[in-house]
Design a protein around this ligand. Sequence first.
Ligand SMILES: Nc1nc2c(ncn2[C@@H]2O[C@H](COP(=O)(O)OP(=O)(O)OP(=O)(O)O)[C@@H](O)[C@H]2O)c(=O)[nH]1
Ligand SMILES: [Zn+2]
Length: 230
Amino acid sequence: MDAAIKSIRPNKPSDRQPESRPAELDPAEFLEAAVRADQPRPARAEAEAAVKTLLAYIGENPRREGLLDTPRRVVEAFDELYQGYHQCPAEVLDRTFGETAGYDDFVLVRDIEFTSQCEHHMMPFYGKAHIAYTPVERVVGLSKLARLTDIFARRLQTQEHLTAQIAAAIDEILKPRGVAVLIEAEHTCMSVRGVAKHGASTFTSRFTGMFRDNPAEQARFLSLVRGTTR
Ligand SMILES: Nc1nc2c(ncn2[C@@H]2O[C@H](COP(=O)(O)OP(=O)(O)OP(=O)(O)O)[C@@H](O)[C@H]2O)c(=O)[nH]1
Ligand SMILES: [Zn+2]
């Protein structure tokens, strides 16, 4: 099982004071050494200092009044946007219900809105996830599919990885007859910078089990997602 699915990263903020960084290491080396040794992540004060560095880098004065609280706000925003690193997919899908009166078709939750952050530029990409699975005897609460999406979306991602992780988590934890995940998203790293193409949509999909093996089921999923068989 993908480690990201089963476990929460040991990534609690450190109580260490920034001064505890060995004097001979520069910040980049320190960070690399911390990641290599799987040490606790840097202290909050270090993260705020890094934001101050970025403010100075863009030509700002981090000491002017309007920016005094900005490092704290940015780190708090990061805590929110990246909270998925501290949440466990297996826990979310833990609770299932057995009274289904023999229900044996797939369950589709369409139009799950999400916002994630692209791992190349740390800029948002956002859109909708459509998730279907075919249960074996037990079903999961519908909201849990949206919660699962958020757990993976609130990490640094590529859209392909996000799509594959959602499908793999449902597959490995619920062990259904099949999973289908389709994600459509707009990437701000493509719309507000770089190639600057507003409105370009990216579609990614992952099919397992009966959705992978049976083109008719795949087609039924896709037509329901497009709203053509309602
Ligand atoms: N496959 C994939 N690519 C992504 C995703 N998010 C962003 N990218 C792309 O990642 C690529 C990074 O390319 P690089 O050439 O290394 O970086 P760059 O010079 O900033 O690229 P430009 O965006 O073209 O300016 C870009 O083409 C982005 O569009 C994603 O979720 N999946
Ligand atoms: Zn990007």
